[in-house]
Design a protein around this ligand. Structure first.
Ligand code: G4P
Length: 540
């Protein structure tokens, strides 16, 4: 990549700066085209510098756009870590938070979704909603995140547009409001009608989609002349829609009950411009954030204009193997961030200087001098920052804990080399704090063998790989007998332990996890002891 994106102008008030920011993520199933769309959004925003789209992308077949920080990631060709892409276009500052596509890293995505104001749900026009899309959609819906849906690969045969509407309604129970409508069948896609202006945006293919697709904007009369058949069909379909009064309902969109729908083809650049425009026009800017008190109860909101407060939503070590560093990603929720500022960590009461704050653009980093609500700052080297921490200046703040998923896979982890016990312990501590895996112990049994737990087995591969390469600690994993877990309270521990096939494990932060050999054991306990806490969601 030739250059980092420009820093925002330091002009406006905090509210004005917040208003021109759009912080969002793309959620999709692997292969739906997230990498391609990301790149094309950068192309359309002019954020690739002189580079053409495609140059960011990997050599043959392996996808390693901008988030190939880890050896493991490269070997498997999957994205493990989150990237923050920041770019500015026509006065709007975009923060695009990447999410790992693989289901084993759903935890990461959950955290990222706690830091965005909107999401783009990307769907393959032929395959529709796939399992990982569904899973992420459910998280987005639970958090009421406004969703823009981009139906991709319209240059190939796939569902017809009316079918897409039915599909979203039946699979996701989601009302989709098309803001543009395709002209031409999937496979012979010619352009879109912008429903608000009724103009036909006719696309022209460019070589390999490496440059912006020229668009001809035609009014109804010239469109009919230029493309009689396809245009007439699209018009008829739109009349059908207009008849059922599918007006864009802003309130329903903003609380995630309805999605704004777009058709396009990321690879040939069709429909990418309108999506970018829609992100500016309808995706919400950062808003005041809810706060909680020490007991986790609602406690008003942090106004945008209040002094700086931010939420740590991701901690990542070893992003740059040359530096062996650790970056905490902080979403700014209020106030103005300035590099070097001394802030307080609400959890520990300790202060830290945000001296090495970076903005991160894939692999590139540049120092960020100033930031506003919606921006993401990478704080380098802050050893005691954890996911879920709130940082504040002048006026204390505490944002709600970030939920995490109850683990479904469990492994005993043994130290492979007695002389390196210290490294073993430190490595596990670090991985737990970052949330790479849960590190649990069987306190009561007096058993010193820690247990790793996660929602997918690939999390264990990452843990083992990092233990070996980063901490020089060889480890051996051994299958543990549990298959399901729930958060429980300390007072319920004796009751859980009485059940056959159940055990209680404890995380370093004091979270108690009841683990069960089977769903059946859990159900029996729930039936026999409805009074005890067995919660599906944990927090970090
Ligand atoms: P992901 O990040 O969601 O996993 O998907 P990615 O962008 O890597 O895209 C997956 C495949 O789908 C790629 O093909 C990509 O070129 C293709 N693709 C993306 N958008 C479109 C589109 O609008 N139309 C069509 N027809 N294809 C699209 P590949 O063969 O796996 O890789 P490549 O060799 O093309 O890079």
């Amino acid at each position: 990549m030739s250059s980092a994106p420009p820093a925002p102008a330091a002009t406006g008030s905090i509210a004005a700066e917040a208003a021109r920011r759009r912080t969002f993520a793309i959620i999709s199933h692997p292969d739906a085209g997230k990498t391609t769309l990301t790149e094309k959004l950068l192309l359309y925003a002019g954020a690739l510098g002189g580079a053409e789209a495609g140059s960011v992308k990997a050599r043959q077949g392996r996808r390693e756009v901008t988030s190939d920080w880890m050896e493991l990631e490269k070997r498997r060709g999957i994205s493990v870590s989150s990237t923050v892409l920041r770019f500015e276009h026509a006065g709007t500052v975009f923060n695009l938070l990447d999410t790992p596509g693989h289901k084993d890293f759903s935890e990461d995505t959950l955290r990222v979704l706690s830091a965005v104001d909107a999401a783009v749900m990307l769907i393959d026009a032929a395959k529709g909603v796939e399992p990982q899309t569904l899973r992420l959609f459910e998280v987005a819906r639970a958090r009421r995140i406004p969703l823009l849906t981009f139906v991709n690969k319209y240059d190939r045969p796939g569902m017809e547009p009316l079918e897409v509407l039915d599909h979203l309604a039946s699979v996701l129970d989601l009302e989709a409001i098309p803001l543009n409508w395709p002209v031409g069948l999937p496979g012979s896609f010619e352009g879109v009608i912008d429903r608000r202006t009724d103009l036909f945006h006719r696309f022209t293919r460019t070589s390999g989609g490496a440059t912006i697709a020229p668009v001809e904007v035609l009014d109804a009369e010239s469109a009919a002349g230029a493309d009689e058949g396809a245009w007439a069909t699209a018009r008829e379909e739109l009349e059908l829609l207009d008849a059922v009064d599918e007006e864009f309902d802003d309130a329903a969109f903003r609380d995630g009950r309805a999605t704004a729908l777009f058709f396009g083809s990321a690879v040939s650049n069709f429909g990418v411009g309108p999506l970018l425009d829609a992100l500016v026009a309808i995706a919400p800017a950062p808003a005041p954030r809810h706060e909680v008190d020490a007991a986790g109860e609602p406690n008003g909101v942090r106004e945008l204009e209040a002094p700086f407060a931010g939420l740590v939503f991701k901690v990542q070590a070893n992003m740059d193997p040359r530096h062996r560093d650790r970056i905490a990603f902080v979403r700014i929720c209020s106030g103005r961030f300035e590099r070097g500022m001394r802030v307080t960590n609400e959890r520990t009461g300790r202060t830290l200087a945000m001296a090495h704050a970076h903005e991160v653009f894939g692999r590139e980093r540049s120092l960020l001098e100033e930031g506003f609500p919606g921006d993401v700052v990478g704080v380098v080297g802050a050893q005691d920052l954890r996911v879920g921490d709130t940082l504040w200046l002048e006026e204390p703040a505490r944002f709600p804990a970030i939920p995490s998923l109850a683990p479904e896979f469990f492994m005993f982890v043994r130290n492979g080399d007695v002389s390196r016990y210290k490294q073993f312990r430190r490595g596990l501590e670090q991985l737990d704090e970052e949330g790479v895996v849960h590190v649990l112990r069987r306190e009561a049994a007096g058993d010193p063998v820690p247990v790793l737990a996660g929602v997918g087995r690939l999390q264990f591969d990452v843990a083992v790989n990092r233990m070996e390469h980063e901490f020089n600690a060889a480890v051996r994993l051994e299958e543990a007998p549990w298959t399901v877990a729930r958060r429980t309270e300390p007072e319920d521990v004796p009751t859980v332990r009485e059940a056959t096939g159940a055990e209680v494990l404890v995380r370093a932060d004091g979270t108690h996890l009841a683990v069960f050999r089977s769903e059946f054991v859990l159900q029996r306990l729930e039936r026999d002891h409805p009074e005890i806490t067995l919660d599906r969601l944990l927090t970090r």
